[in-house]
Design a protein around this ligand. Structure first.
Ligand SMILES: C[S@@+](CC[C@H](N)C(=O)[O-])C[C@H]1O[C@@H](n2cnc3c(N)ncnc32)[C@H](O)[C@@H]1O
Length: 225
C-alpha cells in the first residue's frame, strides 16, 4: 500500500488541509514517483506526508543548513525534500537498516539528480552514526526511524549539531498517546520512548524547542548550548 500523501493537517478539518495542499502543491512528479516506486517495491507506506515533506524543505532552508543527517531513509522521499532545502553544495548522510529500502532510495536520489549529494549508510543507525562524526558538526538532524531509538538519536544530535543547528523528529505525538503516562497498549515502549524524547528536547537545556501540530507531531528544536 502506498504511503498516504495526504495526512491530517489544518486543525483537524480536512477542508483546511485540502486548501493548504492545493495552495502549496507540495508534491511534484519526482516525489510522486518516489511514492509510487516505493509502493511497487513493497516498502511499507510510512513515508512522511506531502506537507510534512514541504515543512522539511522549508525548515532546512530557514536554517541555512548545508550538512544534514537523516535517521530512517525508507525510499528517499524525505531525503529528497531535505536535500532540496539545503544550501548550495549541501550534503545528506542518511541511515537505513533495511537494504531493500536503501536500494529504492539509491534509485530515488539518482532519478532526482541528487546522488552525488546523498550518502546512504546501510545498517543500524546507532552502530553507523560514529562513522560520520568526524565530518561534523552538522546543521540539521531529522529523526524518523525506530521510535525506541529516539532518545539515543537525540543524544547524538545534542553532541553533533552545531549551536544554532536544528533537530527535527516525526511522529512525536506517539500515535496520539504521548500525553498518556498510563498508556498500556502494545506499542507502550515506543510511546514511552517518544515521551522521554519530547521531555529531553523541551527541558534538557540544550535546545529551544516546539512541536509543530501536524497529524503525527513534528518536533523542532534549535540547539542553544
Ligand atoms: C518511517 S520510515 C522513514 C520514512 C522516511 N523518512 C520518509 O519519510 O521518506 C522509518 C525507516 O527507518 C528504518 N529504520 C528502523 N530502525 C532503524 C535503525 N535502528 N537504524 C536505521 N534505520 C532504521 C526503517 O527500515 C524504515 O525504512
Amino acid at each position: 500500500m502506498p504511503s498516504p500523501a495526504v495526512k491530517g493537517f489544518g486543525q483537524g478539518d480536512p477542508a483546511l488541509g485540502a486548501w493548504a495542499e492545493a495552495l502549496h502543491a507540495p508534491e511534484d512528479p519526482v516525489l510522486k514517483d518516489v511514492r509510487a516506486r516505493s509502493a511497487a517495491a513493497g516498502l511499507p507506506g510510512i513515508a512522511v506526508g506531502a506537507m510534512d515533506g514541504l515543512h522539511l524543505e522549508v525548515l532546512a532552508r530557514a536554517a541555512g543548513a548545508r550538512r544534514a543527517v537523516e535517521i530512517g531513509t525508507l525510499g528517499g522521499y524525505s531525503g529528497v525534500c531535505i536535500l532540496r532545502g539545503l544550501a548550495e553544495g549541501g550534503r545528506l548522510d542518511t541511515f537505513e537498516k533495511d537494504p531493500r529500502h536503501a536500494e529504492v532510495a539509491r534509485e530515488t536520489f539518482a532519478r532526482a539528480g541528487l546522488a552525488a549529494r546523498a550518502r546512504i549508510h546501510v545498517g543500524s543507525a546507532l552502530e553507523r552514526l560514529p562513522e560520520i562524526e568526524r565530518d561534523g558538526p552538522f546543521d540539521l538532524v531529522f529523526v524518523d526511524a525506530d521510535k525506541a531509538g529516539y532518545p539515543a538519536y537525540l543524544a547524538w544530535a545534542e553532541e553533533h549539531l552545531r549551536v544554532g543547528g536544528v533537530v527535527l523528529a516525526d511522529n512525536t505525538f506517539a500515535f496520539g498517546h504521548v500525553h498518556e503516562p498510563a498508556y498500556a497498549g502494545v506499542d507502550g515502549p515506543a510511546v514511552e520512548a517518544l515521551r522521554r524524547f519530547a521531555e529531553r528536547l523541551a527541558r534538557g537545556g540544550r535546545f529551544r524547542a516546539t512541536i509543530l501540530p501536524t497529524e503525527e507531531g513534528l518536533s523542532l528544536g534549535v540547539k542553544v548550548r
